[in-house]
Design a binder for this molecule. Structure first.
Ligand code: CO
Length: 132
């Protein structure tokens, strides 16, 4: 297992890119809107992983709430898995709690699901399907 990406909540992608792309020098890989998650995402390459800057599309949704409650910062950590449905079932059998019943569509057309922070000791963990 490895880290697919680190999700960082920002007020605006523009502002986030000023630091992560322009100052830090990470390679910018483009951006997209993910309506299902209520966010606009910018991707930056970081070795084998990525940083995803997340800007809320509106006043509602998890990223908007995160900014309101805690300000900008790390929102989630995403782990790459191969068979997400099987993995989720195994974890549910071990008593792990998820946000939502089954995987939904995330950035890059990948299937994703979030493990509840209650189960991951305070960390919002995303599982993200990568077909190897
Ligand atoms: Co993510």
């Amino acid at each position: 297992m490895k880290i697919d990406h680190i999700g960082i909540a920002v007020e605006s992608l523009q502002e986030g890119l000023k630091f992560y792309r322009d100052a830090l020098g990470l390679e910018y890989k483009g951006q997209e809107e993910v309506k299902e998650q209520g966010v606009k995402v910018a991707f930056l390459k970081l070795g084998e992983s990525k940083i995803e800057l997340l800007e809320p599309l509106g006043e509602e949704g998890p990223i908007a709430r995160h900014l309101e409650k805690r300000g900008p910062g790390i929102h989630h950590l995403a782990l790459e898995v191969s068979d997400i449905d099987d993995r989720v079932q195994d974890l549910k059998n071990s008593g792990v709690e998820f946000i939502g019943e089954k995987p939904s569509q995330g950035a890059g057309d990948k299937k994703i699901i979030f493990i509840h922070p209650k189960s991951a000791r305070g960390v919002l963990l995303e599982l993200c399907e990568v077909n190897l």
